[in-house]
Write a protein that binds this ligand. Structure first.
Ligand code: HEM
Length: 135
């Protein structure tokens, strides 16, 4: 879990080199100097956005869930005024939705399938047959 210190964008902008590299992604301030060596996408791409808000660049790549979880390790705070959804909340929300979804699927009785999908089709077919026969 990252810390909750608050930084302004101009404070972040002072850490803009490969020796001291910070960036902002989705309102989180990250100290990524150590990431530079191990970043699978290479050092240069990150140094290019050092000291800046790199949310767009980060999202464009379509970073995996693992990469997003890795971000937390580098977080030193948040940007002033940013609304940041913290990981635990996201996970909890998702869990609830998943549980509701599976409960819904399991509870759905098989007989409903007949009424919801087959019956309307049968009625339409009967009506169509009736119309064909009566013309
Ligand atoms: C704390 C911030 C970041 C973390 C933890 C991180 C982590 C990762 C990881 C784990 C991968 C491997 C692929 C994946 O799992 O998605 C990756 C790939 C990559 N990342 Fe990052 N990344 C960060 C920031 C950035 C930023 C700011 C940029 C661009 C300015 C960037 C550009 C790339 C590129 C170009 C790849 C290679 C994609 C590919 O080969 O398909 N990353 N990153």
């Amino acid at each position: 879990m990252g810390e909750r210190r608050v930084f302004t964008l101009s404070q972040v902008a002072q850490h803009n080199s490969s020796k001291d590299c910070w960036l902002v992604i989705h309102g989180r301030v990250m100290e990524v100097t150590k990431l530079l060596e191990e970043h699978p996408g290479g050092e240069e791409v990150i140094v290019e956005v050092a000291g800046k808000d790199a949310t767009k660049e980060f999202d464009v790549i379509g970073h995996s869930k693992a990469a997003q979880e890795m971000m937390v390790k580098y977080q030193v705070g948040v940007v002033q005024g940013a609304i940041v959804e913290f990981e635990e909340l996201e996970v909890k929300k998702k869990d609830v939705v998943d549980k509701e979804m599976s409960a819904f699927v399991i509870k759905q009785p098989k007989s409903l399938f007949f009424y919801h999908s087959f019956l309307p089709f049968l009625l339409a077919a009967l009506y169509f047959g009736y119309r064909c026969l009566t013309y």
